[in-house]
Design a protein around this ligand. Structure first.
Ligand SMILES: *Cc1c(COP(=O)(O)O)cnc(C)c1O
Length: 234
């Protein structure tokens, strides 16, 4: 577990370096630790090294970890995996953030179910939402097409129990820097329309420097903190 602490120090150093290179403040880039498939002991090690925000992709696994770690103060859980509509209730009940919202039906369900979760005292705050953009326009990928961002953002804005925070994307492997700049442009135009937008969630273990150069405010790091993952078969 010492390794996790060292890995985090190393990533923080990379973030700092990328910020300096691009004349950005290091306080403007948050580090989300992506703990999918990793045990709670690893999450505790990252927590002890100072991290408070964790990202999960698989609902059942995530809910078990969230319940197991409910004694840890100020943890913030982000759901970042593809969303099936029968999973929205668990997201509304257990998470502070969801970054993978990409269609109207999901928005409506999350809003209703967050209202319910608040009235059941499971949550106190609106659910923070990022729209996931399919920036590489890959047919097999989740995410909304860029042309649909405005309509979905407007729908979220109307929801009392959702708080629109920004955009998330996963550029294709070895994407050119221009892809990251496309996300930056979409983010800036959303930010110009709504005052509460503060999150461009872009960059993973292998591309965080490119993402920070394009204005990312949140990098989502799994492998470089927790090590390689075993493949999942479900
Ligand atoms: C798994 C995952 C990550 C982390 O990827 P690494 O390459 O392991 O850093 C980030 N974002 C999303 C949406 C993921 O599913």
């Amino acid at each position: 577990m010492l390794e996790i602490k060292d890995n985090i120090a190393c990533i923080e150093q990379q973030i700092l370096h990328a910020c300096q290179k691009n004349s950005r403040s290091v306080d403007d880039v948050r580090l989300l630790a992506v703990s999918k498939t990793k045990p709670t002991t690893s999450i505790i090690a990252a927590y002890q090294a100072g991290l408070r925000e964790f990202g999960e992709n698989y609902l059942q696994e995530a809910v078990e970890k969230i319940q197991h770690l409910s004694h840890l103060k100020s943890l913030q859980w982000h759901f970042i995996g593809p969303i099936q509509s029968n999973k929205t209730r668990a997201i509304a009940e257990h998470f502070s953030w969801v970054q993978s919202v990409d269609r109207l039906k999901i928005i409506q369900r999350l809003n209703l179910q967050r209202e319910q979760a608040i009235s059941d005292n499971l949550q106190t705050q609106p659910l923070n939402v990022c729209l996931q953009v399919n920036i590489s326009q890959e047919s097999n990928k989740s995410g909304t097409m860029p042309e649909q961002i405005n309509e979905l953002a407007e729908a979220i804005q109307q929801c009392k129990f959702l708080q629109l925070r920004g955009l998330m994307a996963i550029p294709e492997k070895n994407a050119p820097f221009s892809r990251y700049q496309q996300m930056q442009t979409l983010y800036n135009s959303l930010k110009a329309q709504y005052s509460n937008i503060d999150t461009l969630s872009l960059g993973m273990s292998n591309d965080l420097s490119l993402a920070i150069a394009a204005g990312s405010t949140m990098v989502r790091i799994g492998t470089a903190i927790f090590g390689t993952r075993e493949p999942r078969n479900n």
